[in-house]
Design a protein around this ligand. Structure first.
Ligand code: NAD
Length: 366
């Protein structure tokens, strides 16, 4: 049976990196039907909306979505609802993609690319699970108004709403505990319960759900301490579960521990494991169109897609092994380059992974 994949490259480096992931997918023996559509700024320019109905329908009908990145500074002056980033928020909301998996893995070959001392990151393997459809990013009401109270009544002010319902916290807590059961059975729930009512509630609900997982160890940490511990002793974490905004910030911080945000894949899953797979980084307008972007995060996102949604773990393993062998052979894009390694562009990195896949296949068959 062929799997239907919606391919949404988006803006900036999105088109370059997704092209390489598509080449890698096509080099596998897995039957896939790939259909591409515009999203983000590219869709706004062509159709007047960052998430046109045709793109949303394609995403809904697909088994999985391979997404690049959206956004460009040139769209910053558009009204918020039409900005490219609304496309990704819209897809998460319409598809119910509430669980974001962001593994932060430090490849042995890239230990020196991290901004931390090699001994702090060697062997690092943490999984950040970020709630994706709630919190202050989606809470209503929000907007601008004239302040009626506060420090400066009568002045212009802006406000957002932070909120979480009990079922929203319960379902992400279950996802985290179940993920931990397949790893080292430890979960750190990150909150700001000392200041925020929403996150005291978060802590209470996560603790309640934990009662169903006696085999998993749970600890709680304030987000400011978690940000500090991530750079002080990152290996003491295993699974980290947190809300939308804290997860956004902490997962980018964790990304840097691994050397480059260009290495980090992500999966955003619904309750049936249908998912949107994308690199953890944005559209990097500063390097777009220069054949400089690292395509490995997107290629590794395709591997996650094969593992989580398409139930093709062997194909996922093949991609991950190919990436490791390319790194071992010394190929590096500019973001992870160091003295003594071979600097390559986006396309050449894709070539190297496709070539390594072919080698893996030959070895398997012989
Ligand atoms: P960014 O992740 O695009 O870039 C941050 C830095 O990392 C830049 O220096 C960039 O060159 C570098 N970088 C990112 N990906 C790279 C890769 N694959 N290879 C090499 N270097 C890479 O974040 P930003 O600059 O804050 O945002 C740029 C645009 O992307 C904005 O419009 C933002 O809204 C958007 N954005 C989109 C998503 C998404 O589509 N899911 C996520 C984050 C940011």
């Amino acid at each position: 049976m062929s799997h239907k994949i919606a391919v949404l490259p988006g803006d900036g480096i999105g088109t370059e990196i997704v092209a390489q992931a598509v080449r890698v997918l096509r080099a596998l023996d897995v039957p896939l039907e790939l259909e591409t559509a515009l999203v983000g700024g590219a869709a706004y320019e062509a159709h007047g909306h960052p998430l046109p109905e045709a793109t949303l329908n394609l995403a809904k009908a697909a088994d999985a979505i391979l997404f690049g990145a959206v956004g460009d500074w040139k769209f910053d002056k558009l009204e918020r609802a039409l900005r490219p980033e609304q496309a990704i928020l819209g897809l998460r909301k319409h598809l119910g993609l509430f669980a974001n998996f962001r593994p932060a893995l430090c490849y042995e070959q890239l230990t020196h690319a991290s901004s931390l001392k090699p001994e702090l990151v060697a062997g690092l393997d943490i999984l950040i699970i970020r709630e994706l459809t709630g919190d202050i990013y989606f809470g209503q009401p929000r907007g601008r108004r004239t302040a009626v109270d506060g420090h400066f009544p009568g002045s212009e002010e802006a406000f957002d709403t932070m909120r979480y319902s009990k079922p929203e916290i319960e379902r992400i807590a279950h996802v985290a505990f179940q993920a931990a059961q397949k790893r080292s059975k430890r979960v750190t729930s990150v909150d700001k319960a000392n200041v925020l009512e929403t996150f005291q509630f978060w802590k209470d609900v996560v603790t309640e759900v934990h009662a169903s997982y006696p085999d998993v160890e749970l600890d709680h940490m304030y987000v400011d301490n978690a940000a500090m511990q991530l750079v002080k002793a990152p290996k003491k974490f295993d699974v980290v579960v947190t809300g939308n905004m804290f997860g956004d910030i902490l997962s980018d911080e964790a990304a840097m521990l691994t050397g480059s945000i260009g290495m980090l894949p992500s999966a955003s899953l619904d309750k049936n494991n249908k998912g949107l797979y994308e690199p953890s980084h944005g559209s990097a307008p500063d390097i777009a169109g220069k054949d400089m972007a690292n395509p490995l995060a997107t290629i590794l996102s395709a591997a996650m897609m094969l593992r989580f949604t398409l139930q093709q773990p062997e194909a996922a393993d093949r991609i991950e092994s190919a990436v490791k062998s390319v790194l071992s052979a010394g190929f590096r894009t500019a973001d992870i380059w160091s003295e003594g390694t071979t600097k390559v562009g986006t396309r050449a990195m894709g070539d190297a992974v496709v070539a390594a896949l072919t080698t893996t296949k030959t070895i398997t068959k012989s």
